[in-house]
Design a protein around this ligand. Structure first.
Ligand SMILES: Cc1cc2nc3c(=O)[nH]c(=O)nc-3n(C[C@H](O)[C@H](O)[C@H](O)COP(=O)(O)OP(=O)(O)OC[C@H]3O[C@@H](n4cnc5c(N)ncnc54)[C@H](O)[C@@H]3O)c2cc1C
Ligand code: FES
Length: 265
């Protein structure tokens, strides 16, 4: 992990309140694993004082050289609003890569299968994961859920990685109508069960819980990326505790990715 001054290579609005920022950060890109995050000082002023955590959305390469990272973020408050106003060429204080990330090991099976489930801005860490799964030749299915059509994120990015991308919206304006957990059950009914399945999830807490329940019923391994408010991001302030079956854990250091079977809801 390093604390660097990273030059902003681009900062573009993707849709609604969503932005994509590229940062010149070759060290972080070389050290990063899918599911890890960075802490960014979003403003030069005292407000907000604390850095904000953002998942590493994907790596940015120029030819064969890893140039930096991308983050995908939603403007929700002071820090992210300030970030959205930053311009190409400005510098940001960025610390990372942080946290444990997803485990990509192939299950002890001849037929491994990954199911990625993204809810809203939860798509952010999962594109990089999908790209790594493809490199590892693991068959991957992607389910994306959002409240309405305009809030579906990264569909094109996921389609570059796998032909099996399914979408649901709560209001039925695009894809299947209903929550992505309903779509997950539907997909499980229609796909073969010969695969040794690992499910990777990021999204709102209610969704994580529903998906964890379905995975428990099916005895699937399920890795969930959790969100907690963070201050230090490095395990020093004890401000991001989550209760697990093996005691209290820190989302920033022990996570943000946890085995769903370990979590106490
Ligand atoms: C490990 C990790 C990875 C994350 N990755 C991303 C990402 O890739 N893209 C992205 O858009 N967001 C991500 N987040 C959430 C992001 O950190 C918060 O949205 C951001 O800190 C809000 O800062 P703010 O100053 O704009 O909002 P604030 O003014 O601090 O808060 C505005 C609203 O956002 C809520 N909020 C603040 N922090 C969090 C948080 N950590 N989790 C959930 N709700 C929060 C507050 O309760 C409040 O309702 C991640 C969070 C964690 C812990
Ligand atoms: S944010 Fe300080 S311990 Fe996790």
């Amino acid at each position: 992990m390093k604390d660097i001054k990273a030059k902003i290579l681009s900062n573009k609005k993707v849709s609604h309140a969503y932005y994509n920022m590229s940062l010149d950060a070759p060290y972080i890109a070389r050290a990063a694993k899918p599911g890890q995050f960075v802490q960014i000082k979003c403003s030069d002023s005292m407000e907000p004082l604390l850095r904000r955590p953002f998942s590493i959305h994907r790596l940015k390469a120029k030819g064969s050289r890893l140039e930096g990272i991308e983050i995908l973020y939603e403007v929700v408050g002071k820090g992210t609003k300030s970030l959205s106003k930053k311009r190409e060429g400005e510098f940001l204080d960025v610390m990372g890569p942080l946290g444990s990330g997803f485990s990509l090991h192939r299950p002890l099976s001849l037929e491994p299968r990954a199911i990625i489930i993204a809810g809203g801005i939860g798509a952010a860490p999962l594109v990089y994961l999908a790209e790594e799964l493809k490199k590892n030749k693991i068959k991957t299915i992607v389910l994306i859920g959002a409240k309405t059509k305009g809030f579906i994120l990264c569909e094109k990015d996921f389609k570059k990685v796998t032909s099996e991308v399914y979408v649901s919206t709560d209001d039925g304006t695009y894809g299947c109508k209903g929550f992505v957990s309903k779509l997950f059950r539907k997909i499980l009914k229609t796909t073969e069960s010969k695969f040794e399945t690992v499910v990777y999830v990021c999204g709102p807490a209610g969704m994580l819980r529903c998906i964890a329940d379905i995975c428990r019923e099916r005895n699937f391994e399920c890795q969930e990326s959790m969100e907690e408010k963070m201050a230090c991001g490095i395990g020093a302030c004890l401000g991001c505790v989550v209760e697990t079956k093996s005691g209290n854990k820190l989302v920033c250091k022990d996570g943000p990715v946890f085995d769903a079977k370990e979590l106490i809801w």
